[in-house]
Ligand binder design. Sequence first.
Ligand code: ADP
Ligand code: MG
Length: 342
Amino acid sequence: MPIQILPARLANQIAAGEVVERPASVVKELVENSLDAGATRIDIDIEKGGSRLIRIRDNGKGIPKDELALALSRHATSKITTLDDLEAIVSLGFRGEALASISSVSRLTLTSRTQAQEEAWSAYAEGRDMDVQLKPAAHPVGTTLEVLDLFFNTPARRKFLRTEKTEFNHIDELIKRIALSRFDVAITLRHNGKIIRQYRTAQTPIQKERRLATACGSGFLQHALVVELAHGDLKLSGWVCSSQGARAQNDIQYCYVNGRMMKDKLINHAIRQAYESSLRSDQYAAYVLYIDVDPHQVDVNVHPAKHEVRFHQARLVHDFIYQALQSALQQGALEEEQHQYQ
Ligand code: ADP
Ligand code: MG
């Protein structure tokens, strides 16, 4: 075969292989887009674990009519334009790949209206050439993404989907993580028409604790110690469980770097070390932690799913987290002891 450029749809489907593993990965990309668009309210409707329908509606800034088709093209993004931007990412997305990938493996409708527009427009993409058709629609300012029949045209992928319940659990878990990262955004999650979780906007400490309990359960809240510490540009805040609140599973271990969910080895190591003497080997720490650092001091462009970061001053970050947690835990242990003697 001579060398040839791949047709757009096939190129997108290959990219989709990396980004779109299952319904929850679609939900992640779409909700992150809503957050990047400044939404304060996101409604998520799922049917049949996401394999039948994923619908995300937001009240963000919307997409202008003449950019709707572009939004669905590969490497089309409004979030970065230069290498400098890439080195100081503040948005969740930047690859310009999600919508193109998702639309190549589903029946996708994008409906949006900006403040400046009198009416909303809908873009629909399906078919070999990825031609996009625009139609007028009814929609308030904001965007709705509707993804029908995920993997309908990639049977090998579709076969890998688990049961409806398992796929929905992945989505629920993902939304939990997002809800813990953005207390200022109201999120509703429905499955087959039923409200499963409702995260209301949380500003006061009590509202925040309510959201924490909705996401992590009241058991976690009961043993949670508040962490709050700053060192120069570096800031650590959130909740850690006291050693009495240790769990039999590692189900509540959430860490955010500049608002982005992370599973990072360096951070995990620092946390484990802080708990070292106080947990048995069959016990797990539980935490919801937020690390904020100058965006120039971290590189998030390490992993396609963006779960890892690279800190320029890794040692400093490690020791800062370790020390902050160790003192929170010691303080917590002291308070629990005093409580027992009262
Ligand atoms: P990326 O998020 O990496 O830029 P995507 O393919 O996810 O790439 O989205 C492409 C573009 O479409 C975004 O840069 C953004 O301009 C626009 N977009 C996508 N979803 C939304 C949304 N919910 N609200 C407003 N704009 C959006
Ligand atoms: Mg995106």
